[in-house]
Design a binder for this molecule. Sequence first.
Ligand code: NAP
Length: 316
Amino acid sequence: MESLGVLLTVPMNTYLEEELDRRFKLFRLWETTPERRAEYLKANSGAIRAVVGNAHIGADASMIEALPALEIVASFSVGLDKVDLDKCRERGIRVTNTPDVLTEDVADLAIGLAIAVLRRIPAADRYVRGGNWLKKGDIKLSTRFSGKTVGIIGLGRIGLAIARRAEAFGCPICYYSRSKKSYPNYKCCSSVLDLAANCDVLVVACPLTEETRHIVNREVIDTLGPKGVLINIGRGPHVDEPELVSALLEGRLGGAGLDVFEKEPYVPEQLFELENVALVPHIGSGTWETRKDMADLVLGNLEAHVMKKPLLTPVV
Ligand code: NAP
């Protein structure tokens, strides 16, 4: 195998890192300090022909500009909001991601969060651990998930997998996407506001773009209302987080299940004490099985690139 210089932006998966090290010439961006990053990239710019990033650090304009020999960005994620796609197109740099292999896990988590919020599982768990069952007796009643109308923003791979699961719970499905889909049982809504007005549980499952940044704003939150629940397994900036926090604190929104946040790993502390929220640290694709499959896709794309074969999951 030709020795491809690969820059890994953050430690993301041990198997991936070991295999990149074994098959290619690996550069680890975190071996330098943020202050010396530009110097590090300049010193290795002749050798680095590939970047492997993830949902946290991808390949932004400044990184791409610093790497004149860059040929491919192989992202360890399906979302490409941390990759400057326009710059890649301009420079003829190929881009790949890891679709499909993570769909089931992310959809499982979305349903898990919806049930966790409505049935108050995190709060009930804290109740038991805190000895309150013994001291105070039974906990307050919660709300049923089965049969609730689920509204999905972005009926793509993950959105559809969420819809299929929710259907099994007897939930009517409605959605808002760029294009109308041919699922006769699913109601297509004309806007996010229309969707929020028609569902009990609103799930964000679209990519983060300039169009979808803050797609869940105060108006959408208020339309979802005090009995509505927001689930975000997309990206943090899909939701106006300060508005979400105040709606939850003021009781204008019924609850929220969040895997992603606007400024990860920072999570607004006002949410910590609330019983109607479930908070997890961006674990949508975080299972051994899926991360191994994602790593194999990254490696397969890099190998295909070196061998001048068709890329497995090309985006650009
Ligand atoms: P996908 O198959 O491309 O589906 C995205 C869907 O969003 C498509 O149906 C698309 O509509 C719709 N969409 C795009 N722009 C829109 C807009 N402006 N308004 C409304 N809908 C819009 O992608 P996927 O594989 O399902 O992944 C979706 C996203 O989930 C990723 O981009 C990523 O950010 C996020 N994700 C999160 C995690 C996690 O760990 N939490 C893991 C994986 C992915 P059309 O079908 O009409 O084009």
